[in-house]
Write a protein that binds this ligand. Structure first.
Ligand SMILES: NC(=O)c1ccc[n+]([C@@H]2O[C@H](COP(=O)([O-])OP(=O)(O)OC[C@H]3O[C@@H](n4cnc5c(N)ncnc54)[C@H](O)[C@@H]3O)[C@@H](O)[C@H]2O)c1
Ligand SMILES: N[C@H](C(=O)O)[C@H](O)COP(=O)(O)O
Length: 328
């Protein structure tokens, strides 16, 4: 029996349901379990010309595609966010996590959600930042790392969904050290790199210009890198972020650690939008995702590209296989 992958179909008003249906109809080679509302998925399947004759999920059967029906709270129209369905979106994630915990699922692949409407609904405990932070909290994991891969790049983030004004204070020697340790360990175990080389960006323009344009490099980043280098990690930096992403520099490393979301992700998405993959490192389960959002402007049109979702499923399968290898 192949390992089952839970595919959470995401925000019902977005493109998640239709790209999930499109992927289910394509040659994907996986054992996919669609988590979502059956009627919604059947309706959006019609938008992409796919049939929705999926059987109900049965853990004892090795179906290419099955559905685990979880009902919407309110009917959903493409492109129209409704806070009434925010709890449904989280329920898909909770069910997938529970299934990973009890061994029903080998991994979670997530279609996009809308952070704004979940916050508007006030359903998460406190503020809802994103899948990454929600899955960390749901699994009791103190720190995780967001890594996006695509276009020949791997870009990880030292901070994730945070207002820019809060970024400098969030980067401490302790948090940066934990991030680098997780990234280093998962590049080895998940991506098969024996001695990963990590290019570390500075926070300030020109990596602080010897302290004249900011002191975080001197006071936080350099001492952290020095301490970890002493343990044997191969860390290059802190490097000026504007020139870090040139081909010659990138050849020196296996992954980049950017200090904040929009320092690293625009480059990654420019290189690979539509085929990139978001993977959460440091979780006690395997989770991959798309490189794009809910695209409310395209929802229901059948025009959204399922390429990133297909890539996320393929990577989840590879990570499941890697985790099963004895050397893991
Ligand atoms: N994995 C996730 O859950 C995830 C990832 C990124 C953004 N988001 C969320 O999505 C919401 C909307 O974000 P946004 O508008 O900044 O970004 P977006 O990715 O939804 O849209 C940006 C542009 O890309 C296009 N686009 C996106 N996906 C596409 C696809 N598969 N095929 C063709 N075109 C596509 C859209 O039409 C739009 O023009 C926000 O709430 C954001 O936080 C979620
Ligand atoms: N930062 C991600 C991106 O730009 O693609 C996105 O917001 C999704 O994050 P989560 O996987 O944490 O929802």
């Amino acid at each position: 029996m192949r390992p089952a992958l839970a595919l959470t179909t995401g925000e019902p008003a977005g493109i998640g349901p239709e790209i999930s249906a499109a992927l289910a109809a394509a040659k994907h080679g996986a054992r996919l379990v669609l988590l979502g509302d059956r009627s919604l998925l059947a309706e959006r399947a019609r938008a992409v010309g796919a049939t929705a004759d999926w059987p109900d999920f049965d853990p004892a059967r090795d179906d290419d595609v099955a559905i685990l029906h979880l009902p919407l709270a309110a009917p959903s129209l493409p492109g129209r966010l409704d806070p009434a369905n925010a709890a449904y979106v989280l329920q898909l994630l909770d069910r997938a996590v529970d299934g990973c915990r009890d061994g029903t699922f080998a991994a979670i692949v997530t279609a996009p959600i809308h952070k704004g409407v979940i916050n508007d609904a006030g359903v998460a405990d406190g503020f809802f930042f994103g899948h990454t932070e929600y899955l960390a909290a749901r699994t009791g994991t103190e720190q995780v790392v967001m890594l996006l891969t695509g276009g020949g790049l791997r870009v990880a983030l030292a901070t994730t969904h945070l207002p820019l004004a809060e970024v400098p204070a969030a980067i401490t020697q302790a948090s940066l050290s934990r991030t680098l340790r997780i990234l280093h360990a998962d590049l080895k175990t998940k991506f098969g790199l024996a001695d990963p080389r990590i290019l570390v960006a500075g926070l300030n323009p020109h990596a602080g210009e010897n302290g004249h344009l900011g002191r975080e490099e001197i006071e936080v980043i350099e001492p952290t890198l020095d301490a970890l280098r002493a343990e044997g990690l191969t860390l290059i930096g802190p490097l000026p972020a504007d020139t870090l992403f040139n081909r010659k520099q990138l050849e020196q490393g296996d992954a980049v650690l950017a200090m904040y979301h929009d320092q690293g992700l625009p480059v990654l998405k420019f290189a690979s939008f539509g085929h990139g993959i978001n993977v959460t490192l440091g979780l006690p389960l395997i989770r991959t995702s798309v490189d794009h959002g809910t695209a409310l402007d395209l929802a229901g049109s059948g025009k959204a590209d399922p390429g990133s979702l297909a890539a996320a499923v393929a990577l989840a399968q590879e990570l499941v296989q890697a985790a099963a290898r004895p050397s893991h």
